[in-house]
Write a protein that binds this ligand. Structure first.
Ligand code: SF4
Ligand code: SF4
Length: 97
């Protein structure tokens, strides 16, 4: 059978939606696996994934939600998204005045 090798390199983009804390990330690759548009790829076990296509991210947040280590991955939303965020409170929590 003929062996086929694929290569990939990051595509430069004006946005940088994902950052990893290399101290916290255990390199499990779950964030890369869950991403439906393959923004990143896990090349090296134990190291954070490589963000290949940052411009394809649609900020669904799945990669952050699936990560087993709190704070290992950070998703930075663009300003136009941030203006739509609303503050949420736990049940029974009072608003500060
Ligand atoms: S926020 Fe969604 S689209 Fe963007 S990298 Fe994470 S899983 Fe992929
Ligand atoms: S899911 Fe979290 S711990 Fe696993 S590779 Fe991604 S950022 Fe690192």
């Amino acid at each position: 059978m003929r062996k086929v090798e694929f290569t990939a390199r990051p595509v430069s983009c004006s946005v940088n939606p994902l950052t990893f804390d290399r101290e916290l990330c255990i390199g499990c690759g779950q964030c890369a696996s869950v991403c439906q548009v393959d923004v990143m790829a896990q090349f090296e076990k134990g190291a954070p994934p490589v963000v290949l296509y940052p411009g394809e991210c649609y900020y669904c947040g799945s990669c952050v939600m699936v990560c087993p280590v709190k704070g290992a991955i950070h998703l930075r939303h663009p300003l136009m998204n941030q203006t739509k965020f609303v503050e949420t409170r736990a049940a029974g929590e009072q608003a500060e005045r």
